[in-house]
Design a protein around this ligand. Structure first.
Ligand code: BES
Ligand code: ZN
Ligand code: ZN
Length: 467
């Protein structure tokens, strides 16, 4: 992992500039002809004495917004990466209007300079050391938080990016087990025999069509033994979603290996909470499976009996996420005794149509929970927006043959998907996050992203629970 130290390091200094007048203070007034300090503009300048500077523009960037801070730090580091400069000093003061932003700066540095999993046969690893200059209150705890969050986000990205043939459901569970092994997190993997014994018809209905068996992973972190509160974090872990018999068209197959970003986010957040010894109790439940076609796969018109006992009419085999989440929510409520439920999933194409690739859709029946989550979202800089619902939407998933249907009408796809899951939360405060748009970007939208998996919502969930 990247080394972050206080003070000057390397021979390249990175300066954040909002106004050309600042170039004079740096004796670089002459660079003003070639550099406009517009937001995220960069200009690299080798100097006569063998040192160099990188200028990064901040003009029109909102320096009170964490997303801006993350972007600026990342843009600088990406430039260093491109130039193959592995030791450099960030003059970070302009990014630190608030002391806590040091955590965001460090997170971004580590995201860009950290190493992602690769399947190229020739790999080069560059070790980075970054000095921070101009940081008056060098908050060690903020630095550590930034490093831990970057580890968690990079892990989530790696999992989501992993090809389906390298990451079967049980491999995914073992990877998480390995990732949290040096923390206080307790792990459990419910394998096929347990799922059958418990009659988890939703997870078995979807996952049973694959040669690679489904499983359910549980993570328990009890950072506040004096409290009876225990937040359930339920993350969709479909390691590959072909659509099943409602097969996806070839053009939509691009991201089908990334359908476990919800589970990855939840695992990353629990890791970060445990590493930071947060005073909170959480239980993560991650149903993991493949959605494939085989001789015995489920088909439209089937009726599944969920773990809760409630029967489900399968109206579309591609709406598989909610079927496995239903069992996971019931398990969290009944077996793990959680006191409120957050579920997170790459669930609907509809949310992508609504918000694109930068805003996640939230559906919640609890104003207080939404308020808390919204504040966390402002702190992380990851965007979320709440979508309304009412009785008319609940009607859309009524079934003529079973207790509920796994798909609504052709409208309100994000709402009906959420409400389907809510119906398994047994009245507990519930908040649902649909990250189908934000979990995956073909090309980076924000400077701290890379191609493909974003590792979204690790940061927000961590900040939400780390109160
Ligand atoms: N995993 C998909 C949702 C998805 C779509 C994720 C695009 C990422 C990008 C989910 O399982 C799915 O296929 N949902 C269907 C539901 C429909 C059949 C009711 C959808 O949104 O089309
Ligand atoms: Zn699907
Ligand atoms: Zn899916």
């Amino acid at each position: 992992m990247t080394k972050i130290v206080q003070g000057t390091i390397g021979t390249c200094g990175v300066h954040f500039i909002s106004d050309k007048a600042q170039l004079e203070e740096l004796n670089l007034a002459y660079a003003g002809g070639c550099f406009e300090p517009d937001y995220l503009n960069t200009y690299y300048l080798p100097l006569a004495d063998g040192t160099s500077v990188l200028l990064v523009g901040t003009k029109n960037g909102d320096l009170k917004n964490p997303n801006t801070i993350k972007e600026l730090a990342a843009a600088a580091c990406k430039e260093m990466r491109k130039l193959k400069i592995s030791e450099f000093t960030l003059y970070a003061k302009p990014l630190l209007e608030e002391e806590k932003f040091l955590s965001h700066v460090v997170q971004s540095i580590c995201l860009v300079t950290g190493k992602a999993k690769s399947f190229k046969t020739e790999q080069k690893e560059i070790l980075y050391a970054v000095g921070l200059e101009g940081v008056e209150n060098f908050c060690q705890s903020c630095v550590e938080e930034g490093i831990v969050l970057a580890e968690a986000v990079l892990f989530a990205r790696d999992m989501v990016n992993m090809p389906a043939n390298y990451l079967r459901p049980e491999d995914f569970a073992r990877e998480i087990q390995h990732f949290v092994k040096d923390t206080e997190v307790e792990t459990d993997i419910l394998t096929m025999d347990v799922l059958e014994e418990k009659k988890m018809g939703g997870l078995l209905g979807v996952g049973g069509g694959s040669e690679f068996p489904p499983c359910m992973m549980v993570l328990r972190y009890k950072g506040n033994p004096d409290s009876k509160e225990n937040t359930g974090l339920i993350g969709k872990g479909v390691t590959v979603d072909t659509g099943g018999y409602c097969l996806k068209p070839a053009a939509s197959m691009g991201g089908i290996r990334g359908d476990m970003a919800g589970a990855a986010a939840v695992a990353g957040a629990v890791y970060a909470l445990a590493k930071r010894k947060a005073k909170v109790n959480v239980t993560a439940v991650m149903p993991m499976c493949e959605n494939r076609i085989s001789g015995g796969s489920f088909v439209d018109g089937d009726v599944l009996t969920s773990y809760s006992g409630k029967t489900i009419e399968v109206a579309n085999t591609d709406a598989e996420g909610r079927l496995i989440l239903a069992d996971a929510v019931t398990y969290a409520v009944r077996d793990e005794k959680v006191t409120r439920v957050l579920d997170i999933a790459t669930l609907t194409g509809a949310v992508v149509g609504m918000f694109g690739f930068t805003v996640a859709g939230v559906v919640s029946d609890n104003d207080e929970m939404w308020e808390e989550f919204w504040n966390a979202s402002l702190e992380s800089g990851e965007k979320h927006w709440r979508i309304p619902f009412d009785k008319e939407h609940e009607k859309m998933i009524e079934s003529h043959v079973a207790d509920i249907r796994n798909m609504g009408a052709s409208v309100c796809g994000t709402i009906t998907a959420g409400l389907f899951i809510r119906s398994f939360a047994e009245g507990l405060p519930w908040l649902h996050v649909d990250i189908a748009g934000t979990a995956w970007v073909d090309d980076p939208i924000y400077a701290y992203q890379e191609k493909l998996a974003t590792g979204t919502d690790v940061d927000t969930i961590y900040r939400w629970l780390n109160q």
